[in-house]
Design a protein around this ligand. Structure first.
Ligand code: DGJ
Length: 748
């Protein structure tokens, strides 16, 4: 039993393999948070101590007992305007304009299996993988019932949470804020790790002290965004990759969100994750409910590495629903950086022919195949093939690609429309625009009003027809601007505060239906690169294009940051041309492949322009990828170094779950004279086992040809797992720009 109810003390104890989460119903019925941390047994009620901090109000029943205050009590889901001055989870506005909520326990249920979240993606459980705790609370005076859901995945060290708010009163009320959960951490010296960025530089890690006051990680863009990922980690000051306490909070949501982190007067920390409340107003008529998105919580006392691995496994096994999640992905060639909009059938076939000869499995036709789409200024919305570019239509092209032994994939951007399109001319009111104002443009396109069921229905028909009428094995689902002018012409004034959230519900509905109807199709997510890289999207897309920056050296930090939350199996990564189109940098083609291989692997360049030597290199890369694909996709991922360590290299490692094989990757990011030797202590091996170094691939020159120094020998032979982990490996000095190494070990 992973969920226990200790009747006498009214304590709920949620146990996973290595963690415990405890909460208690107190004498007034408030659900008080006690503990989330390393696994312990028994009650932790002694951790809560009423203490008077002054100016902290008391509930009426406790007016003579200072010390009991919601303002200083750790809670599971704080209401508002009832004595807790910290960040609230819920702001309900009653019909008479009053606003206040304070929930007390009513009942609970413990169920086998995992609860579901209506209308949104959420974690799922197989057979006995999870248990559910449902706690019902209410504030009858406010006319509200609150249902808190807890999913406990014992083996995965993961706890999921969500909330449902119901109007049980006699009058309409409006939710002005409805967060998914609250996590109060009463003491400890915590730092905040979050993942910020921009287009072409997503998910850069920042580690900062949690300050007194409120720090907010958020997006108001209608998408989870390039700029801040809906994920954070609280780590104790001394926590490193390998040691120490840390706790992750990940929102399963793709729209505007906020994660507030508040350090209060007592040094306690509160994290409140949920839908962004700016422009959010959700009316509830009597009997109606509002469902929040889900949150995934994990705790590790063994450092950040374990925390990340918990999320990696969970996302692969309990979030991604595609059949492709556990399957080897095709090595693909995408024409975007090879041609941009300037292509025709012959050009695409010439790329496909070369790709097929080199061993590529699938050709992706990117943007520009439809309507009048010859630049970003026209055609979006007209999902009809452009026969001027592709005479004979898609089917002729697909047949030729199939004849070359490759499968075919197609780019679409369903949620958007250009003003210059037949679709927009027919349905101008289907785009989000403000009445009487010229719309704000982004990439010269508008956002469709996905809150309207008829828009979703239309797209379902159109994309469905594309997939039914053509042999399409892969879809790249792009989304290239953020939302402005958020106003739906289909909704009355009092419902306009629903548009942001209804939009994303519309996107989920469309994805749910299309991925459900075409389960054999591999769907890859994309939003101008990694602008919607979140757990909810991963429910539909087993892989997401990680960034529009394809420069291998930039990708090192982007993929490193991404790895804190998301599995490598989800990271779309390609080898592109050099000088790189985003940075102008030139990196050896094999190093580009080492980096892209720590992702789904593919190519995005005109292979015809490669030299014979480069083509030979590509053949070798594809062979290597096939050898390592399962290990990379399903193995445990270890960050051996941090870009912030200011080392002239970055190294990372994969270890299969059964510890029988491991792949170490190193890229030299700064070539230096008299460079310190690269010493790596490996991770995750069986210390008792012996490992044979089976492959030592160096992509670059060993040693400086000008130098007379004795060369460091290459590592070789058989070593104990303990020797490789505690002693480590020393690499020979590499020479030149951005050389790299891949080392593969097999257990004897
Ligand atoms: C943005 C994507 O991230 C690119 O890979 C490419 O598909 C373009 N959109 C096409 O418009």
């Amino acid at each position: 039993m992973s969920i226990l109810f200790l009747k006498n003390e009214k304590i709920f104890a949620l146990h996973t393999k290595k963690t415990t989460y405890e909460m208690q119903v107190d004498e007034l019925g408030h659900l008080r948070h006690l503990y989330y941390g390393r696994r312990v047994s028994g009650s932790l009620s002694h951790l809560y101590h009423p203490a008077d901090y002054g100016f902290s109000p008391n509930p009426y029943e406790k007016r003579l007992q200072t010390g009991y205050s919601l303002d200083t009590m750790p809670q599971e889901y704080p209401g508002c305007n009832q004595g807790d001055f910290r960040v609230s989870a819920l702001v309900p506005r009653a019909g008479d304009g009053s606003c206040g909520a304070d929930f007390c326990y009513e009942s609970h249920e413990i169920l086998e299996g995992k609860y579901t979240v209506e209308g949104m993606p959420s974690a799922f459980a197989r057979e006995t993988e999870a248990q559910t705790l449902i706690v019902k609370l209410a504030d009858p005076a406010a006319g509200l019932e609150l249902t808190l859901y807890y999913g406990v995945f014992e083996e995965r060290d993961m706890i999921t949470r969500a909330a449902r708010i119901k109007n049980i009163g006699g009058q309409e009320l409006t939710l002005e804020k409805a967060a998914s959960a609250c996590l109060d951490v009463p003491f400890g010296d915590w730092e905040l790790l979050h993942f910020h960025g921009r287009h072409l530089m997503e998910r850069q890690i920042e580690r900062i002290p949690v300050m007194h006051g409120i720090q907010t990680i958020s997006s108001r863009r209608g998408a989870s965004s390039h700029h801040h990922n809906p994920f954070l980690i609280l780590a104790e000051h001394e926590t490193t990759e390998k040691y120490g306490d840390c706790c992750g909070v990940m929102l399963v949501y793709s729209g505007s969100y906020r994660l507030d982190v508040e350090k209060d007067q007592s040094g306690g920390i509160r994290v409140v994750p949920g839908i962004h409340d700016e422009m959010f107003r959700w009316p509830l008529t009597p009997g109606e409910s509002f469902q929040t998105p889900e949150v995934l919580l994990t705790f590790s006392h063994e450092g950040l590495e374990t925390l990340s691995q918990n999320y990696h496994r969970f996302i692969r096994k309990n979030i991604c629903r595609s059949r492709w999640t556990e399957k080897k992905r095709p090595v693909l060639i995408n024409n975007w950086e090879a041609t941009y909009f300037d292509f025709d059938t012959d050009k695409i076939i010439s790329i496909a022919r070369e790709a097929s000869a080199l061993g590529v499995d699938l050709l992706v036709l990117d943007d520009g195949w439809f309507g009048g789409r010859n630049s970003e200024h026209q055609g979006l919305g007209d999902w009809i093939v452009n026969e001027e570019k592709l005479p004979g239509g898609l089917n002729r092209l697909i047949e030729e690609v199939n004849r070359l032994g490759m499968r075919f994939g197609l780019w679409i951007e369903p949620e958007m429309v250009n003003e210059d399109s037949d679709f927009y001319r027919a349905h101008p009111d289907w785009a989000l625009t403000l009445p009487g104002k010229a719309p704000t443009m982004g990439r010269d396109q508008l956002v469709l009003d996905m809150s309207r069921p008829e828009v979703v229905e239309y797209l379902y028909e159109r994309i469905g027809a594309l997939l039914r009428n053509h042999r399409i094995d892969y879809i790249k689902w792009d989304m290239n601007r953020n939302m402005t002018d958020v106003y739906s012409r289909a909704l009355p004034a009092q419902n306009q505060g629903q548009v942001f959230h209804r939009y994303i519900l519309g996107v989920y509905d469309l994805l749910e239906r299309l991925t459900g109807q075409f389960p054999e199709v591999l769907f890859e997510g994309c939003a101008g690169g990694g602008g919607r890289f979140d757990a909810a999207m991963l429910s539909y897309f087993p892989q997401i294009w990680c960034s529009d920056d394809t420069d291998a050296i930039e990708r090192l930090t982007i993929q490193h940051g991404t790895s804190f939350a998301y599995p490598v199996s989800a990271v779309g990564a390609h080898v592109s041309a050099c000088p790189n189109h985003q940075t102008g940098r030139t990196v050896p083609i094999d190093t580009r492949a080492v980096v892209a291989m720590s992702g789904t692997f593919g190519y995005e360049l005109d292979l015809n322009l490669l030299t014979e030597a480069e083509k030979e290199a590509v053949r070798g890369q594809i062979t290597r990828f096939h050898r390592y694909a399962d290990l990379i996709r399903e193995g445990d991922y270890f960050r051996l170094e941090n870009p912030d360590d200011r080392l002239p290299y970055l190294a990372w490692q994969f270890v299969s779950e059964d510890q029988t094989e491991s792949l170490v990757n190193v890229v030299i990011t700064h070539s230096r004279g008299n460079a310190p030797l690269v010493r790596l202590r490996l991770r995750g091996l069986d210390p008792q086992a012996e490992y044979r170094l089976a492959v030592f691939d160096v992509f670059g020159a060993i040693g400086n040809p000008e130098s007379k120094e004795a060369e460091t020998p290459e590592p070789s032979g058989i070593s104990g797992g303990d020797a490789l982990m505690y002693g480590g490996l020393v690499l020979p000095r590499l020479y030149g720009d951005y050389p790299s190494v891949q080392i593969y070990f097999r257990r004897l």
